[in-house]
Design a protein around this ligand. Structure first.
Ligand code: FES
Ligand SMILES: [Fe+2]
Length: 389
């Protein structure tokens, strides 16, 4: 070990480690210094510089189909309510009561307005204060409301940004919008969603998702057969995202009699054979396929714990509210819990290695290039939100 352990947890050391990682050449990059996964000072800085100013994915728009449907979640350190409003649009606001900061809603459900459980201040669907029991006559309701938050829908996913001055998300994602257009991700329908806590830094979980070098090894018992190494190549990378592609084997697209899959005349044969996987930084990891999208959102809890929400949406029309998990076409609904358990175990293992403080000079494989792109994104963002992507 080349430095005392305490110095390695300092913010200055961790920021320098990310800058050194980001400055490496594309062809011969090495893995990150483990300090970036263990420094508490860095996590605080990430919350301030990244999650307080970034577009974070919180789920899919079709999770909230009806007027009054709402869900609560966190974007970085900000508790959030997302709800479907009278005019059919989705809106977001801070889930922080204007009286004395309590959460006005919890979980998910259907509410035409929100009543704070602390002193019963009542808010309209858009956060305007409707009533505040027993307050003095000179109290100005208009001055108190739930803080509105910026919201964008992209490819069927809801993104929220706590920073009212943030630049729009869609502009920065134009190349990805074009790449995924024919897959019609916004028309897919949610099939499954789950929440887990993983024993690893949020960046370890991110780096694991944005490379498929590990697929035939970690996922040998599940989906490894879909991605032999020669089928993997880098696809679209930019300052705010990194995606690679896998050319799938022919059996991947075999259709079955009585298929529930929606016809998609837009998609080419090549697109039907291609799987894309990657991340819209900082927290939206997803895999695009002709018949479904699987995604994961990360939410840091501590340096070595991450809330993982993951789900599957499909290009299917199934009868009723819930898809039948035994239907032969819905193999991903049966497979993904195993795949995620495999990833979860390896993420925990990496975190234990990182905590040892030992810096090892691992070289990245060319199909792990997204990890270098992620480091460059972190480096830009951690220098301050005014640094545009
Ligand atoms: S904190 Fe919400 S009504 Fe008092
Ligand atoms: Fe994996």
């Amino acid at each position: 070990m080349d430095k005392p352990a305490q110095a390695k947890t300092s913010l200055a050391y961790a920021l320098d480690a990310i800058s050194r990682m980001a400055a490496q050449p594309d062809e011969a990059a090495h893995a990150a210094d483990p300090a970036i996964y263990t420094s508490e000072a860095l996590l605080d800085h990430e919350q301030e510089q990244i999650f307080d100013h970034e577009w974070a994915c919180v789920g899919r728009a079709d999770e909230l189909p009806n007027r009054g449907d709402y869900m609560t979640t966190m974007v970085g350190r900000t508790p959030v309510i997302v709800n479907r409003r009278k005019d059919g649009s989705l809106g977001a606001m801070a889930n922080i009561c204007a009286h004395r900061l309590a959460a006005v809603a919890e979980g998910r459900g259907n509410m035409p307005r929100f009543v704070c459980p602390y002193h019963a201040w009542t808010y309209e669907e858009d956060g305007r204060l409707l009533g505040a029991p027993h307050m003095p006559k000179d109290f100005d309701k208009k001055a108190c409301g739930l803080d509105p938050l910026a919201l964008e829908i992209w490819n069927g996913y809801i993104y929220i940004n706590p920073d009212p001055d943030a630049a729009p998300l869609a502009d920065r994602l134009e190349p990805l919008t074009a790449l995924f257009r024919n897959y019609r991700l916004g028309d897919m329908r949610i099939m499954h969603k789950a929440t887990e806590v993983w024993e690893g830094n949020w960046k370890v979980a991110t780096e694991n998702f944005i490379e498929s070098y590990h697929l035939t090894v970690v996922h040998a018992q599940s989906i490894g057969h879909l991605a032999p190494m020669q089928a993997i190549s880098m696809a679209e990378e930019g300052p705010g995202y990194a995606f690679h592609r896998v050319q799938a084997p022919p059996e991947f697209i075999q259709s079955m009699p009585g298929s529930l899959q929606k016809p998609n005349p837009d998609i080419s044969d090549e697109e039907r054979m291609t799987i894309y996987a990657g991340c819209v930084f900082p927290n939206h990891l997803f895999t695009v396929q002709h018949d479904q999208v699987t995604w994961m959102r990360t939410q840091p809890i501590s340096t070595d714990k991450t809330l993982i929400e993951w789900g599957i949406a499909g290009a299917y029309d199934w009868p009723g509210d819930e898809p039948d998990p035994e239907h032969p076409e819905f193999y991903y609904m049966r497979e993904m819990p195993h795949v995620n358990a495999e990833d979860r175990a390896v993420v925990a293992s990496v975190q234990i290695g990182a905590k040892s403080g030992r810096k090892l000079p691992g070289r990245l494989h060319p199909v792990e290039h997204g990890i270098l792109t992620f480091a460059r994104y972190l480096d830009t963002r951690l220098r301050g939100p005014e640094n545009t992507l």
